[in-house]
Design a protein around this ligand. Structure first.
Ligand SMILES: [Fe+2]
Length: 516
């Protein structure tokens, strides 16, 4: 339907009279009648300067009948000044989802959007466009988060993000958790997505804040890598694209980039699809933490050249993009932590001075299937940044359920190795598990001190106790990260800033401020 005709129809007919404006077949009318609500809520994703992707799902009969869904984008929250709209079709073979790439909007502003199907209207959501590519915005404020297991925790972090005045939420994966043994087929994955979507606090967040999402392993099964069963991986990917406002490309590639004018460019990584299998653990420290001992097989594989988490194509893309971008800040979303994370350090400046044959970067590492398993690739990336003088590279990471802040050096056990980038890892959105069931609070604080000592000087902060998310404020002068924490067992919890980190434009170090 041409846009002008659509707008006139919308104005004169309203939502209830939409049927009269369409050439209804009886089958379509039945399908429309069947739609009672939007049980997964609505989402807006991947803001660009001219538009964004909007998404919803309308349950319909599973007999191949298409459900027509009206979408509209307005300048005002009352949806009176509609500027874009159309009819999308929810198809049973696509899981009845609707995904529309809205185009033709003005850059750098908020809009509102809504879906209607039959007599039912969705809630009104907020849509954000990015600033135009040549502009120099004075600020960007976004949140990043990961790991929203459904358990005894309330989704209070999700509510807090919705009220934290951010331009978008970067979600680094584990948006859902499937059953390792019980989620196998596409229908299984769809069922799990819908179960997570049914949370009203998540729906409130989804409607309020644009989403920029990548997957981790929760969307597939624990520990997923490139060697997984192809049919299961394909089912998990299909379910992700059916339920997320992310464009599906022919090759299912989700690593991608987007700009916030000349202030920042964000590079989103897929650490899972192309990666070699993790290095197994071989040490268990006091029954608390699995470790990988670099002096023993299989732990020594961590240093093997050629091991990859990005795959060759993505690695070249990332190195090239980070070097060429004209943006002041280069933000990288990595589903899991980039920083080195040891429990026992066997490569200190003193030991290295005494023993020229010492294993470089040796020690016992926390086994959490992250970038430590791909040390040669990480070093190559960081050396590349140093070689080309690429500054202001800040990773945002998830997966650990533990807050971490680090400076990244190509050789992190050499005190004069330059800081090439920074890595901030957010804690989990829900307590999964409640850390206090693992050890008393003072023991956890003791463990934090052990980790800081074993990862001197690059690990600047670790928080084993708290849950929440992070907020990043970016200006031309500086980048400030706040770790926003809350008690997820308190249904009325409000977020507070537990730690704040400041990096100056061009800076090679971060200021750390801990708040009581
Ligand atoms: Fe997780």
């Amino acid at each position: 339907m041409p846009r002008r005709e659509f707008l006139r129809a919308l104005a004169t007919a309203g939502a209830g009279g939409l049927a009269a404006t369409l050439a209804w077949t009886p089958a379509r009318a039945r399908a429309a009648d069947y739609v009672a609500s939007f049980p997964d809520g609505i989402k807006c994703g991947d803001p660009g300067p001219r538009g964004a992707i909007i998404w919803t799902r309308v349950p319909g009969p599973a007999d191949g009948v298409e459900v027509p869904v009206l979408w509209s984008v307005a300048e005002d929250a009352a949806m009176e000044h509609v500027v874009r709209g159309g009819i999308a079709r929810a198809r049973a073979d696509g899981g009845h989802h609707v995904k529309v790439a809205v185009r033709g909007l003005a850059p750098d502003r908020w809009y509102y959007y809504r879906f209607e199907a039959g007599a039912a209207a969705s809630v009104i959501g907020r849509l954000r466009t990015a600033p135009s590519p040549g502009s120099v915005p004075d600020r960007l404020r976004y949140a990043f988060a990961s790991c929203q297991q459904r358990n005894a925790s309330y989704y209070v972090a999700q509510r807090a993000i919705a009220h934290d005045d951010v331009d978008f939420l970067l979600h680094l994966g584990d948006y859902i958790y499937v059953s390792d043994g019980g989620t196998l087929t596409l229908d299984d994955y769809r069922r799990d997505w819908r179960r997570f979507h049914s949370n009203p606090l998540l729906q409130e967040l989804q409607a309020a804040v644009p989403l920029v999402a990548v997957w981790d392993d929760g969307e597939f099964y624990n520990g997923v890598d490139r060697t997984g069963p192809p049919e299961r991986l394909a089912a998990a990917r299909s379910a992700f694209f059916e339920h997320m406002p992310v464009r599906r490309r022919r090759d299912d590639r989700i690593y991608r980039r987007f700009r916030w004018g000349r202030l920042a460019e964000m590079f989103l990584l897929d650490t899972r699809s192309y990666r070699d299998p993790e290095v197994p653990a071989n040490t268990n420290i006091a029954g608390l933490i699995d470790g990988q001992d670099s002096a023993l097989p299989p732990g020594e594989q961590m240093f093997a050249p050629g091991r990859t988490t990005l795959g060759v194509r993505q690695k070249h893309w990332l190195k090239d993009a980070l070097r060429r971008t004209a943006a002041s800040w280069r933000l990288v979303g990595s589903s899991y932590n980039v920083n080195p994370w040891k429990i026992v350090d066997r490569d200190t400046p003193e030991l290295r001075a005494d023993d020229p044959l010492l294993q470089r970067n040796g020690g016992i590492y926390v086994s959490n299937e992250a970038w430590d398993d791909y040390q040669a690739e990480r070093r190559e990336l960081l050396e590349h940044l140093i070689a080309y003088g690429v500054r202001n590279v800040v990773f945002n990471s998830g997966h650990t359920h533990i807050y971490l802040a680090s400076e990244l050096q190509p050789d992190f056990d050499d005190p004069v190795s330059p800081v090439a980038a920074f890595d901030f890892t957010t804690g989990s959105q829900t307590a999964d598990p409640d850390p206090r069931t693992i050890a008393p609070e003072d023991v956890l604080h003791l463990a934090e001190q052990v980790m800081l000592d074993a990862n001197t000087p690059y690990l600047r902060h670790v928080d084993l106790l708290n849950q929440g998310y992070a907020v990043v404020d970016v200006t031309p002068e500086e980048l400030v990260v706040q770790f926003r924490v809350l008690d997820t067992f308190d249904p009325d919890a409000e977020a507070r800033t537990a730690a704040r980190f400041r990096i100056l434009n061009g800076g090679r170090t971060m200021d750390v401020e801990l708040l009581p």
